[in-house]
Design a binder for this molecule. Sequence first.
Ligand code: B12
Ligand code: SF4
Length: 516
Amino acid sequence: MAGHLTSVKDRLRIDPRRGPERPQASCHEGAPKVLLVNPPPFQKVEPYYDTPDYPRTALACLAGYLREQGIDVYVLDCKFDRLNYETGMEFYREIKPDIVGFTAFTNEIVQAATFAELVKAEDPDVLTVIGGVHVTALPERTMREFSQFDYGITGEGEETIYEFAQNFSDRASLAKLPGVCYIENDDYCFDRPSVPIADQTTLPFPAWDMFWPAREYIIQSSRGCPYACKFCMNPGGRVVRPRTPENVLDEIGWILDTFDAQSISFGDEIFTIKRDRVMEICQGMIERGYHKRVEWWCQTHVRTIDLELAELMREANCKLVGLGIESGDEATLKKMGKGTTLENIFDAVQTMKKAKLPFMTFFILGQPDETAEKAWSTVDFAVKLNPDLPIFGIMVPYPGTEIARMVANGEGGYQLLSEDWNDYNKQFGNSLEFENLPRKTLERIQFFGYLKVFIWNFRLIDLAKFIWTFRSEGIAVVKKQLGLVKKDLSVFVPFSVDSTRIEFAPIKDEDAKEKK
Ligand code: B12
Ligand code: SF4
C-alpha cells in the first residue's frame, strides 16, 4: 500500500527507529479518500508541543473510527513526523484525497488554514474541513475568518466525519448533518449540534498503527469533566464518559506489544474522577505486568486523590501526576469554578508526598482582577507546596470560556492585547494584560516564579535539570525579557535538535520562510 509514497518516505527513512515502510491506511476500494492532518508548527520553541514524540490523539481516534467503517483514511501528523509545509504537501500529492480534515487547537488554527490554503491553491475541488476545539468554540467566526476551510465540524468528530465522507459528493446532504457548519452566500449555516458518544467503550481503538512507532502515546480513557473553571471551555462536556478498565488495559497492551512505547500519558481531563475505575486500571496494569514495561503519567483534580489510590498508582509505575492548582489566593479559588480551597490543595499535596508519587502543579497568573501582590502570593504558595515540577502559565482567554467573555466585556480588569490566534499560548503568548498589571510584569513574575520554587527550597540540582530540560523555552523567555524579541519567537530561536528527544536527522528547517 505504501509503495508509492517514495519521496516523503525517503526523507523519513533516515530514521532507523522508524523502519523502511511508513504504516498506511485502510485502502477500501472505491471508498472516499480522507486525509487527516495535524499541521506543522510555525515555531519550534516548546519541543513537547511543537516536535512531539507522540502522535496526535484526535487523528488516531478519527482514523480508527473511519477505518472501521470502511473509509479509505490516511493520517499526516506533521508535528510528530517533523514535516514542514513543503514536505506535508508532497505527502498530500501522493495521496490525492477527496477530503482533507484538519485538527487545530486555537493556537494552531492559523497553521491549519495555511495548509488548507496550499491545498486549495492546488486542487480547488478538494473539500477542506476543520475540526477540533477551536472551531467547536467559535464556529461562525472560524468559518468567516478562514475561507480556506469549506466546512467546519464541531464537537466530537468520529460519527460526523464518517457521515460527511459517505455523503461528500452531495452538498445538500452535508448541510443537514449534525455538527457541520459552513458559509453560503455570506450566511452562516449550522443545522444542529452533534450528540456526544455516550458509551466510549464502543469506539474502536485509536489507529496508532497508522503512525510511526512512538516513544509516548497519549490515550484518552475518559472524556468530560464535571467542573466549570472560568478559563476552560471543557470541550468534553460536563458528563464524564469513561471507558471500561478492561478496554483501557487492552489498548495499553496493544501499544506495548506492538510499538514498544516508553511512556503512556492519560489525556483525561481528570484521570482519577472515577476512583474505582482507576483502582482497577492500576491493579490490571500490575497483574498484566505492564508496570514493569512502561511508565505513565496523568493529570487530575486535587479533590479526587487519596493515599490508598496514590500508593497504588505509584506501584503501577505512575511517574508523575499533574495537579491543577491555578492560584494561591483563596478568594480567587472560590470564584473560579474548580471547587477547590487552599486546604484541599494542601491535603492533596501531602498525600502525594506521603505516597512518594512525584507531582507537577499548574498555576495560572492573570486571574480576574489580578494584582502583582496576588500573583506573587500564587508564587509563594507554589514555593510552599514545593512540587517536583512547577508550571506557571499566563491566562489566555480561550474562546468559549468565561474568561474570554470577561475580556470581551472589559471585566476583571482585563485588556485584550492581541487577536492573533498564534498569541494564544500560556507560556509564550501575548493575549492579555491588566489595567494595573502590564504584561511585562506578569511575565517577570512568571520567570522569577520558576526560579523561586527551586531556590527557596534549596533545590539547585533540580533547578539545573529544569533549565536543561526546558532550555529551548528558557532561551525564548530570556530573549523576550531582554526585549530581543517581541512576538515572533521563531525568528530568534532557531530549531535546535535535542538528541535526547529526537533521534532522526532533521529535515532542513524552513520555518522562518514558512511563517505567514
Ligand atoms: C491531552 C491534552 C493535551 C496534551 C496533548 C495534546 C495533543 N497534542 O494531543 C498536551 C499536554 C500536550 C496538551 C498541550 C496543550 N494544550 Co491541551 N488538552 C488536552 C486535553 C485534556 C485532551 C485533548 C485530547 O487529546 N482529547 C481527546 C481527543 C480525541 O479529543 P479532541 O482532540 O478534542 O478531538 C475530538 C474533537 O475535537 C474532534 N476533532 C478534533 N480534530 C478534528 C479534526 C477533524 C477533521 C474532525 C472532523 C474532528 C476533529 O473529534 C475528535 C474526536 O472526537 C484537552 C481538554 C479536552 N477535553 O479536550 C486540552 C486542551 C485541548 N488543551 C488546551 C491547551 C490550551 C493546550 C496548550 C495550548 C497549553 C499551552 N501550553 O498553552 C498546549 C498546546 C499543544 C499544541 N499542540 O500546540 C486547551 C485548548 C483550548 C483551545 N481553545 O485551544 C484544552 C481544550 C484544555 C482547556 N480546557 O482549555 N494538551
Ligand atoms: S477541572 Fe480541568 S478540565 Fe475541568 S473545567 Fe476545570 S480546568 Fe477544565
